[in-house]
Design a protein around this ligand. Structure first.
Ligand code: NAD
Length: 471
């Protein structure tokens, strides 16, 4: 049983003023594995004060000093990789495929940020003006549970790259992962007050950070509904905002696709991170001519996926993070049938042989139309909707008929043709044939999927203000 008593403020682990407790569970067994003491609004204000005090010195650091901090953080996180894997496996239940990506990713983001700083022109000439890119002011980050370690590291890395200080409120459901990460980050020896972390509820600690006048910048990853609330509060004090929100990514399968290659890509995109991924490609658009063939192949491939605990290296799909999330996914599976879609594979309940744990059956619906709620709303579980189309223009129209616009996918053979389709999609990223992500490329959403971008120079600039010095 892991009891987490402390928050991290001004370079030290300290007891919060708040005294409420939150229980932590292993989602694969439903066993209670820990408890975290939550901070309150006073704690948030104390963390903001520490970050504010540390800001002037951080602002004056040179790019070379920031690169040195980022390298120290990279090394500190990579030294604790095994402990981070263990925490993520136990508290979140991520399958090994996701752990193999996300743990190295957490240290890589510091490396990428260091490279971005080294290559970036913080001072440049524009016409007659000298333009200086200055840190925006004290930042606050609010993060979700589905990739807790990676989101904390990305937001911290960008703050440091920009020369600012930060207060982070991670998901209360990820406290063991946060604590393990904090023990690693502490080893990097950052100046006091540069990094502050307060565990707490969103409506308490998150709400205080969203309206606190000493916070100049909010970077948030989470649901579109919460993003809207944060945007409203942030408006009062004109905070700069980066919002990374939900998605309902289309995957357009083209007529020339080779199914031997495409089917594994489709499953990887739809069910990555057990379907608990904002970038999941959960609407598959298939040419009518190939609809029956594709559905037959999907039924076979999805039935062969293994659902199980993180500890089993052969598990493709892990549990949902909580009982609430399990119920939510079940309700969407019920809804799909009620809306008149055809259940191809999967369905309600746990997979055979698993009597405990928040496991769901990977599920595919066919004969889905884009007006059904299962095609419009983010489910955040392993549920794929398959929609037929006649022409590519129709496929593009269906793909773009959504409030979301985070990540889309095109699958086929002719790369130039796929690029021309990619250019017509309303999404922050379009991935062709499951190409590997580029760590410097901007990431973020069109429409209700968010505001702003993370990573590389676009991510850095979201933490900077240009100042023109003329004359
Ligand atoms: P959520 O919006 O419920 O919570 C996210 C964070 O916001 C948590 O730390 C929570 O405590 C906090 N919060 C809740 N209410 C708040 C309030 N009123 N004020 C301030 N903070 C508040 O999201 P979740 O369920 O933790 O995560 C799943 C969602 O995150 C999905 O919608 C998913 O698409 C999205 N997500 C987006 C990205 C992206 O990069 N675009 C990545 C991962 C997850």
């Amino acid at each position: 049983m892991k009891i987490i008593e402390h928050m991290y403020v001004d370079g030290a682990f300290v007891a919060p003023h708040g005294n409420e407790r939150f229980e932590l569970f292993n989602p694969a067994t439903e066993v209670r594995i820990g408890e975290v003491r939550l901070g309150d609004a006073d704690d948030a204000r104390m963390a903001v004060a520490a970050a504010k005090l540390a800001f002037p010195a951080m602002r004056r650091t040179s790019p070379a000093e920031r690169v040195a901090m980022l390298h120290a953080l990279r090394d500190a996180v990579s030294a604790r990789a095994e402990a981070l894997r263990e925490a993520m496996a136990t508290e979140y239940g991520a399958p090994q495929s996701f752990l193999a990506f996300s743990v190295p990713h957490a240290s890589r983001v510091f490396e990428v940020a260091a490279k971005t700083v080294a290559d970036y022109a913080f001072t440049r000439q524009v016409g007659t003006a000298e333009v200086v890119m200055e840190p925006v002011g004290v930042a606050a980050a609010i993060t979700p549970w589905n990739s807790n370690i990676g989101f904390i590291c990305t937001k911290l890395a960008t703050a440091i790259a920009a020369g600012t200080t930060i207060v982070i409120k991670p998901s209360e459901m990820s406290a063991i992962q946060t604590q393990t990460l904090l023990e690693a980050l502490h080893q990097a020896g950052l100046p006091r007050g540069v990094l502050n972390v307060v565990n707490g509820y969103g409506h308490v600690v998150g709400a205080e950070l969203s309206q606190n006048p000493d916070i100049a910048k909010i970077t948030f990853t989470g649901s579109t509904t919460t993003g809207r609330t944060i945007l409203r509060s942030a408006a009062e004090t004109f905070k700069r905002v980066t919002l990374e929100l939900g998605g309902k990514g289309p995957q357009i399968l083209l007529d020339d696709a080779d199914l031997d290659r495409a089917i594994p890509h489709i499953l990887a995109s739809a069910f990555r991170n057990s379907g608990q991924a904002c970038i999941a490609g959960t609407r598959l658009l298939v040419p009518k001519r190939r609809y029956a063939e594709v559905n037959a192949r999907l039924a076979e491939a999805v039935a062969a996926l293994k659902v199980g605990p993180s500890a089993d290296p052969t598990s493709d799909i892990g549990p949902m993070v909580s009982a609430r999330q399990w119920e939510r996914v079940q309700s969407y599976i019920r809804l799909g049938s009620q809306e008149g879609a055809t259940l191809l594979v999967g369905g309600e309940g746990r997979p055979g042989g698993l009597n405990r744990g928040w496991f769901v059956r990977p599920t595919v619906f066919t004969n889905v139309t884009n007006d059904m709620r299962i095609a419009r709303e983010e489910i955040f579980g392993p549920v794929l909707s398959v929609l037929p189309y006649d022409t590519e223009d129709e496929a593009i129209a269906i793909a773009n008929t959504t409030d979301y616009g985070l990540q889309s996918y095109v699958l086929g053979t002719d790369v130039e043709h796929m690029r021309s389709i990619a250019r017509q999609l309303e999404a922050g990223r379009v991935v062709i044939n499951e190409a590997p992500a580029d760590a410097q490329a901007p990431f973020g959403g069109f429409k209700h999927s968010g505001i702003g971008r993370e990573f590389g120079p676009f991510g850095l600039e979201a933490f900077l203000e240009p100042k023109a010095i003329i004359g």
